[in-house]
Design a protein. Structure first.
Length: 437
């Protein structure tokens, strides 16, 4: 089986090394040896260390490589939307099988790739696009095909999980924890895609598409990052017996007219320490799947890095190669349900709200009245002593309120109304609460 590799960076070079070091085992599993027939790179002469390949396989023309008649499998490790999309569409339409780790492309325009694969008759596999080496996507699209998945909740970005774990462990603020993550190599020089939730949102779209047999794109995902999470938020979570995680949550639901829908969101949230995801620390990933028959399933492991991601890529290469030798292809995309995506305002959640209020009689009643006006029930209230520390505000108090479950739109409207209340000097923070805290 002849393989074309697009990109030879951190992941691509690990794919080459693993393919070489495990060549005998891979050949035995597939029934034929794997051979790297070409590697497309931007700069052919760049020093890539001692890769176990003939330098003659390198090319700067990826289009020519994927169109070659002798190529069976195309492996894409470049990332981004274009030109990767054009390369893969060309390969799929030509009947080649494709393995990709490109979460951004799959979330942005996965439908185009699936359509091209259907026309060309090849396989499209992308296990490495979500949660690195964790075997997650294939169970969703194959093992659980006989079940009805109701919700997928996950920690799918290692950088943000490391930052939040560090804040929880050391009491550091966001900026300090981000600096540590950068020094240790967990965060990129520009961490925007991670800390603002773009990376997790792309993965959430892929998970929702597989779990609910519906095409879900990145634009369908409500996204919030972790840059506003403070050390005070982390301390407040601890006081509640919770921790804060950046969660992706994809869930089935029912609209007001009775139609089945899905909601997909990414945001920081407090979860109780008893929740299976609460103990996932450092840069690890974990995904919690709930299904009607199978019940609760947990997938956990390293979610990033060259070797873990390459492991998932090679697993896909083995699968598509075996299919080609047998003259069959994997089950095509399952998007028959075509469920509408519910807006964030209709998602059911809970809020943890910290208020800086004037410490005088009647304030709590006024605050409670705002919640009642918006149909939001209060679960708990905790009041602290003058917490602002601002000159001339010795009569301030900190008010921490946790709500019962309500539509997000009603909760957001409540917060907005609280900002206009005379007795409320400021809304210090707002965090959602998930799980049974």
């Amino acid at each position: 089986m002849r393989v074309a590799l697009l990109g030879c960076g951190t992941v691509g070079s690990e794919v080459v090394r693993l393919l070489h070091s495990q060549s005998a085992d891979l050949a035995a599993r597939i029934g034929a040896p794997l051979e790297i027939a070409g590697i497309a790179v931007r700069r052919i002469g760049r020093d890539r260390g001692e890769l176990p390949v003939d330098p003659a396989v390198f090319t700067a023309d990826p289009f020519d490589l994927v169109k070659r008649d002798d190529i069976d499998v195309v492996v894409e490790c470049v990332g981004g939307i274009e030109p990767a999309r054009s390369w893969l569409v060309e390969a799929l339409r030509a009947g080649k099988s494709v393995v990709t780790a490109n979460k951004a492309l799959l979330a942005e325009d996965g439908g185009t790739l699936h359509d091209a694969a259907a026309r060309g008759g090849g396989d499209l596999y992308y296990e490495a696009a979500v949660a690195g080496a964790i075997p997650l996507l294939r169970p969703l699209r194959e093992s659980l095909h006989g079940d009805r998945v109701t919700q997928v909740t996950g920690i799918v970005n290692g950088t943000t999980n490391f930052i939040l774990s560090a804040m929880d462990t050391t009491g550091a603020g966001f900026a300090e924890a981000l600096a540590e993550a950068t020094d240790l190599g967990y965060a990129e020089a520009d961490p925007t895609a991670d800390v603002e939730g773009f990376d997790a949102a792309a993965k959430a779209a892929i998970l929702a598409s597989l779990a609910f047999h519906t095409r879900v794109g990145a634009a369908d995902v409500h996204r919030e990052g972790i840059t506003e999470v403070t050390a005070a938020d982390v301390a407040s979570a601890k006081a509640m017996g919770c921790t804060i995680k950046l969660l992706c949550i994809a869930a089935r639901g029912t609209a007001a007219d009775g139609r089945e829908t899905v909601s997909v969101r990414v945001h920081p949230a407090m979860i109780p320490l008893t929740h299976p995801l609460a103990g996932v620390g450092d840069a690890f990933n974990a995904v919690f799947v709930e299904a009607e028959a199978a019940g609760q399933l947990m997938f956990y492991g390293p979610g990033a890095g060259g070797a873990p991601t390459a492991s998932a890529v090679l697993g896909d290469v083995v699968a598509v190669s075996r299919n080609r030798l047998a003259g069959v292809r994997a089950a095509s995309e399952s998007a028959y349900a075509d469920l509408p995506v519910r807006p964030m305002g209709e998602a059911l959640t809970r809020y943890h709200i910290s208020l800086d209020v004037t410490d005088r009689p009647g304030v709590l009643a006024a605050v409670a009245g705002v919640f009642a006006e918006h149909g939001v029930s209060i679960a708990t209230v905790r009041q602290g002593a003058a917490g602002s520390g601002v000159a001339g505000r010795d009569e301030d108090a900190d008010l921490v309120i946790v709500t019962h479950v309500a539509p997000d739109a009603a909760l957001a409207a409540t917060v907005q109304a609280l900002r206009g209340l005379d007795a409320v000097r400021s809304v210090a923070s707002v965090l959602r609460v998930e799980g049974s805290a």
